[in-house]
Design a protein around this ligand. Structure first.
Ligand SMILES: *Cc1c(COP(=O)(O)O)cnc(C)c1O
Length: 400
């Protein structure tokens, strides 16, 4: 027996798969996917149980490493990313933990952008104590990536656009560098989601997700996933999940599964609002600089448009006059925006990266990543954008 697939015609579009891909319905014929809140699964007899534990027969056994609701989410996300496999994890960070545990050993080397998510930098640095060294290089200078390659380099890790400065890397160029050196390229696709960018189509081997962000899309759960070739997921990642247990809970998987159904329309709508906001911010005298891939002023604008389906995404960062005090005053003057470091929510969020998401980095690391004290990040939600503009205008008015 193998776990069956949903009976769907071949060649369906991504919007259809986002709503339909998964597992067959149960005999009860539910239209919305079932939530299987069960830790273990019952076997018809001891002989069958023995076969299933020995991996001689595919079946659900124990929810640490297999649950139908989690499988539905994995199949749906894999379909959207254009990869043959996917494994759900308890958080975005545990997806990265699993990536390193599954693919690397002591003595191996990683090349990573210096502008990736703060916790990612910390986690990769922590692996130095197990003999896995990471070189951090420029997000945008492919030459630096190539120069950092060593005979023992096994993994290149990129994120595009980055948090919070929305720097865009050339995924296809990095895939070439990785493959020329016999390494794999993993891309954290959190900011664009597969609705705007599919790294596998650009040559990446693995895609990392924080399901906490746009995949859920409504700020409800913490979740993560790794997408990649099914053989690699089955041979390298599933055994780590089975022994280490960074499992995605069925409930959180169900929330993400339902979030994927509206991902594409949310990403389009939030990206359009962000674009309007970015252009408005550029015209404000109290704003020194705006970082948004959809603006012609963005250094990688053309690359971003080609790589991200012509969309800038929904995250806009900007520097206000007055350093940290100016940024805090602007944030504190808002009455609609949520002051929180999360992003990817239908509610617009506002944060001061230097003292929150990037607060654990040293000042030198922050400088290298360009996270200045006047920087504010807004992750645009689904409110009327004129209301968000008015909300930001309060604080900016006092800053000229
Ligand atoms: C939030 C985030 C993560 C970590 O995800 P969690 O679900 O919070 O563990 C990783 N990468 C990026 C780009 C993120 O924004």
């Amino acid at each position: 027996m193998t776990i069956p697939r949903t009976d769907l015609p071949p060649g369906l579009g991504l919007d259809t798969l986002a709503v339909r891909e998964g597992l067959p319905r149960t005999p009860w014929g539910e239209n919305s996917e079932a939530l299987f809140l069960t830790s273990s699964f019952v076997h018809p007899d001891a002989e069958t149980a023995a076969r299933r534990f020995a991996n001689e027969e595919e079946a659900f056994v124990y929810s640490r490493f297999g649950n139908p609701t989690v499988t539905m989410m994995e199949r749906r996300l894999a379909a959207l990313e254009g990869s043959s496999g996917c494994i759900g994890t308890g958080s975005g960070m545990s997806a990265i933990l699993m990536l390193v545990m599954a693919l690397l050993k002591g003595g191996d080397h990683i090349v990573c952008s210096q502008s990736v998510f703060g916790s990612t930098i910390r986690l990769l640095q922590d692996f130095a104590k197990f003999g896995i060294e990471t070189s951090f290089v420029s997000q945008t200078d492919v030459g630096q990536w190539r120069a950092a390659m060593r005979p023992n380099t096994k993994l290149l890790f990129a994120e595009s656009p980055t948090n919070p400065l929305t720097e865009v890397c050339d995924i296809a160029a990095l895939a070439e560098v990785a493959h020329a050196g016999g390494a794999l390229l993993a891309v954290d696709n959190c900011f664009c989601s597969p609705a705007l960018q599919q790294p596998v189509k650009l040559g990446a081997d693995l895609v990392i997700h924080s399901g906490t962000k746009y995949l859920d899309g409504q700020g409800r759960v913490v979740a993560g996933a790794v997408c990649g070739p099914a053989e690699l997921i089955d041979s390298k990642f599933v055994p780590v999940m089975r022994s280490a247990g960074m499992s995605l809970s069925p409930f959180n998987a169900w929330v993400v599964l339902k979030g994927l159904e509206t991902l594409s329309v949310r990403m389009q709508a939030q990206s359009a609002r962000a674009s309007t906001l970015a252009r408005w911010l550029e015209a404000q005298p109290a704003v020194e600089r705006v970082y948004y891939p959809g603006l012609a002023s963005h250094p990688q604008h053309a690359l971003a448009m080609a790589q991200q389906s012509g969309c800038g995404g929904a995250v806009v960062s900007f520097v206000v006059k007055g350093e940290r005090a100016g940024a805090f005053a602007t944030i504190d003057a808002t009455r609609i925006c949520s002051i929180t470091a999360n992003l990817g929510d239908t509610k617009t969020t506002i944060t001061h990266p230097a003292s929150t998401s990037h607060g654990r980095l040293s000042e030198a690391q922050r400088q290298a990543a360009g996270i200045t004290q006047g920087l504010i990040r807004v992750a645009v939600g689904l409110e009327d954008i004129v209301d968000i503009q008015a909300d930001l205008a309060h604080g900016l008015a006092g800053r000229t």
